[in-house]
Write a protein that binds this ligand. Structure first.
Ligand SMILES: Nc1nc2c(ncn2[C@@H]2O[C@H](COP(=O)(O)OP(=O)(O)OP(=O)(O)O)[C@@H](O)[C@H]2O)c(=O)[nH]1
Ligand SMILES: [Mg+2]
Length: 298
């Protein structure tokens, strides 16, 4: 007789930059969530769905929880992360090895309000030169919450992630598979491709500018075996527009090239990508503009 089906939601949460999206991509074996060295790279919760035989794990990558509430965008990010915790079966909370910040405490506070089982994953252990230093850290963090289990991992270097995954799948409740077996995300290619462009921008541009821009797909059409994609990059000022375009358009050109290559790998055929930069003053702090640009709560 076949084993019963099991299926459940697993939220990956934590402060910005601890490696949530890197972990999600590794677990899926495919890159669906953008990553960078800069905090607040992920702006929308997104599902990464993994089905193996009769077990379906529905991971939710979330924006990093943070305390600096500068503008409507910051508030949106926290809301998106907090809303993702509701109704899930398991929470995987990521922290960075040997580090504990006010923002980790902020996450801890949010978790105190939920009865969902929490697994603590201590990420980036590859950066720990002396493993002996991990032990006292582990003792300290263990006392902070009633964790189901604690896993020191490296999402980037693939250390101990398999053990973490085994634990997660073992905890999934019985239930029918909620998504078709071949589906890997709830997001459209339009969404994923706008994110690819944003990733190249975030990785390329200096400290503040990534937070001041967003990307919107303007058209997405197939024509004679080539996908034609047009994307708008929205910034807040003319000065920012100049920086994104670069001298003689060099920055925009290389961003376009890198993004196109990723899109071609995803689609497995040729892409013709056009980018435009436009100014929308104060979009980051306007609830209305945020909604128009795809940052809505549902
Ligand atoms: N050394 C090391 N770096 C890692 C590891 N996991 C992630 N990183 C790096 O940490 C940085 C942040 O990774 P992300 O996956 O974007 O982090 P995030 O938690 O999703 O960040 P936000 O979306 O901003 O909340 C990137 O430069 C990653 O390459 C790890 O296990 N070891
Ligand atoms: Mg992320």
């Amino acid at each position: 007789m076949l084993n019963k089906e099991r299926c459940g939601y697993v939220a990956i949460i934590g402060r910005p930059n601890v490696g949530k999206s890197t972990l999600l991509n590794y677990l899926l074996g495919q890159k669906i969530s953008i990553t960078s060295r800069k905090p607040q790279t992920t702006r929308h919760s997104l599902l990464g769905i993994k089905t193996k035989d009769n077990i379906q794990t529905i991971y939710i990558d979330t924006p990093g929880l943070h305390q600096r509430m500068h503008n409507a965008m910051n508030r949106y990010l926290n809301r998106a992360a907090i809303n993702s915790i509701e109704g899930v079966d398991i929470i995987v909370w990521l922290v960075e090895a040997l580090q504990w910040t006010d923002e980790d405490n902020y996450v801890l506070k949010a978790l105190a309000k939920t009865s969902v089982p929490v697994i603590l994953a201590i990420n980036k252990i590859d950066k720990v030169a002396n493993r002996d230093t991990l032990l006292p850290y582990l003792e300290k963090v263990t006392a902070k919450h009633n964790f189901i289990e604690i896993f020191p991992i490296s999402a980037l270097k693939n250390q101990n992630v398999e053990q973490l995954e085994t634990k997660i799948t073992g905890l999934l409740p019985e239930g029918i598979l909620l998504f078709p077996k071949e589906q890997i995300t709830d997001r459209s290619e339009r969404f994923l491709f706008a994110e690819i462009v944003r990733e190249k921008l975030v990785r390329r541009l200096g400290a503040e500018l990534p937070y001041r821009l967003t990307v919107q797909i303007e058209h997405f059409k197939n024509f004679k075996n080539v996908t034609h994609i047009g994307a708008l990059i929205w910034v807040e000022t003319d000065g920012q527009k100049g920086i994104v375009i670069g001298k003689k358009g060099d920055i925009l050109k290389s961003i376009g090239q890198e993004a196109r290559e990723d899109m071609e790998v995803w689609l497995n055929h040729k892409v013709f990508l056009q980018l435009w930069v436009k100014v929308k003053k104060g979009w980051c702090d306007s609830e209305r503009s945020l909604q128009q640009l795809g940052y809505s709560d549902n």
